[in-house]
Design a protein around this ligand. Structure first.
Ligand SMILES: C[S@@+](CC[C@H](N)C(=O)[O-])C[C@H]1O[C@@H](n2cnc3c(N)ncnc32)[C@H](O)[C@@H]1O
Length: 202
């Protein structure tokens, strides 16, 4: 059952963590659904939602304080196609998002956990890739960006090895006004690794 944390608008959801998210009910329409996984302060999510009223956008982050702020900004901007979900990313993808429901997943500047002893905390691993494949519609897209070169090389090589389940396509890049808060920190002085993959049509 979906509950609404006290004092939040209707857009922020928490969950008992046991039932699949009723996505159509949350958005109230059957437009394509895109996810910003680890949406942070929401600069990309809000700009993208405003640019694309024809899609639904679900922001997921484990930090409730952050997504509440994003919620308030979405309300102020009058965006009706945004929903926010406070949840751990792997758990949401593996257990709460229904199969073949998501048209595009954005994973922008995921925490790199640079120390080797912390690599277990990284989001990208074979189980996570299985779960992404499960939630994407056939032909759905996965866009990744990170400033951390070694993590980028790891993600890129891992996904390339997933062919034919995933095929590399031209790397997506956001328009300037939709760059994420983290990207703005790095844009001037670091090269950013970007890669995009398409889920097989089956
Ligand atoms: C480095 S920030 C990037 C935020 C945003 N994508 C950007 O580029 O500005 C990583 C974000 O992912 C969230 N995050 C990290 N690990 C997570 C996890 N396992 N589940 C859900 N959110 C996570 C953090 O709370 C943070 O908001």
């Amino acid at each position: 059952m979906i509950t609404r944390p006290e004092n939040d608008s209707v857009r922020v959801y928490s969950d008992d963590g046991l039932s699949p998210l009723p996505l159509r009910q949350l958005f109230g329409n059957d437009r394509p659904i895109e996810i910003d996984l680890g949406c942070g302060k929401g600069r990309f999510l809000l700009a993208h939602a405003a640019d694309h009223p024809e899609i639904n956008l679900l922001g997921i982050d484990r930090m409730l304080r952050r997504i509440r702020k994003v919620d308030r900004k979405a309300v102020r901007a009058g965006l009706t196609n945004v929903r926010l979900f406070r949840m751990e990313a792997y758990y949401a993808v593996a257990y709460l998002l229904p199969a073949a429901t998501i048209s595009t997943v954005y994973i922008l500047f995921p925490d790199p956990w640079p120390k080797r002893k912390h690599h277990d905390h990284r989001l990208f691993n074979p189980r996570f890739i299985d779960a992404l494949h499960h939630i994407l519609i056939p032909g759905g897209l996965l866009h990744i960006a990170t400033d951390h070169r070694p993590y980028f090389e790891h993600i890129h090589a891992t996904l390339r090895a997933e062919a034919p389940r995933f095929t590399e396509v031209e790397a997506w890049e956001p328009p300037d006004h939709a760059r994420t808060d983290f990207e703005l920190l790095f844009l001037e002085h670091k090269s950013i690794g970007r890669a995009s993959f398409q889920r097989a049509l089956d």
